[in-house]
Design a protein around this ligand. Sequence first.
Ligand SMILES: [Zn+2]
Length: 324
Amino acid sequence: MNELYQVYKNFFESEIFEKKFNGMWRNIELMQEVLNKKQLERYHNCSTYLKYAIVKNLEGNFVEKLVVANFCKNRWCSICNWRRSLKYRTILNNRIVKVKEKYNAKFIFVTFTIKNTYYKNLKEDLKLILNSFSKLFKYLLRRNRGILGYVRSLEFTLQKDNIEFINLHIHVLVAVTTSYFNKNYNLYLNQKDWTNLWQKYLGVDYKPVVDVRLVKKRKKSTYTAEELAVFEVVKYILKDIDLLRLQKEKRVDIFKELYQSFRNVRNLGFGGVFAPKNFKKEKEEEDLINIKDSEIKGEVVAEIEYVLKDKDSGYVLKNFKEVK
Ligand SMILES: [Zn+2]
C-alpha cells in the first residue's frame, strides 16, 4: 500500500466525507408519491458513484477533486441541493465582487414575508409573493437611483405547531450606492418605507413583516460582509430539513402540494446590475460536479472511485489507480 493511497484512504474515512455524502439520506417514502419509476430510480441512486482525481497542486499538496458523479439533480434531493448551494456561493461571490468594484456598491439584506399560507393555497400565494416582489423591484430600479440591483431567494418553512401552514419569505441582497445612505439625496428607505411599499405591492390590508439589515462584517468571522450575506441567501435554497418534519398524517398531501407548487419556480432571481446579461455565462449552473474547479490547478496523480452500497455500510473504496 503506497503513501498516496494511504492519504486518500484517510480522506475517505474522515468525518468530512461521511458528513458530505453519506450524511444525507434519501426520502424514498415521500418521493415515490411524486416521481415516476425512472425518476425515482435516479433519485435513489443519486451519487452512489463518485470518482475523484487526486491533484498535486502548485504548492505540492495533494487535493481531491470530484470528476464524475451520478447526481440525480432532483430539486428535492438534499445531496444535489448541497452541491447547488456550493455552486451558487461561487457564482454569487464572483458577481458581488464585480458589482462592488464597478459601482462601489454597499449591500443591505431585506426579508419580505406574507401571512401564513394554508398548504392548499400554496400555488396562489407563491404567485402573489413572487409577482409582488418583481413589481416592487421594477418600480424601485426605475425610480430610486440609490438601488442598483438584487439577488433574491425564496424560502419556505412549515409552521412549528401546525405543518399545514407554511411561511413563505423572500430574502434579498440589495446592492445600493453610497448616496443611498446620504440624507441629501433622499433615497434612503427605512423599515417603515419598506413595509409600506411591500404592503402596497402585495395589495393586502395587513402590515406584512419586513426585516431590513445592513450587511456588515462580523467581528470574529474571517469572511467578508458580502460573503456572509451570500451564505444567507443560498442557505435558503430549498431546505429539505422541513421535509423530515413531515412525519405526521397528511404529510403525503402536503408534500405533493409543495412539489407541484414549486415546480416552475426559480429558487434564485436576479435584477438590475445583477441581471444575468451583465455577466459572462457562468459554467453551466446545473453542473454539480465542478464547483470551483478553476481553483484547483496541478497535475493529476491518481484516481479514486467510491461506490455507495447501502446506508449502513456507506461508501466503499472501489478502485484506486495511480496516474503515471
Ligand atoms: Zn441528487
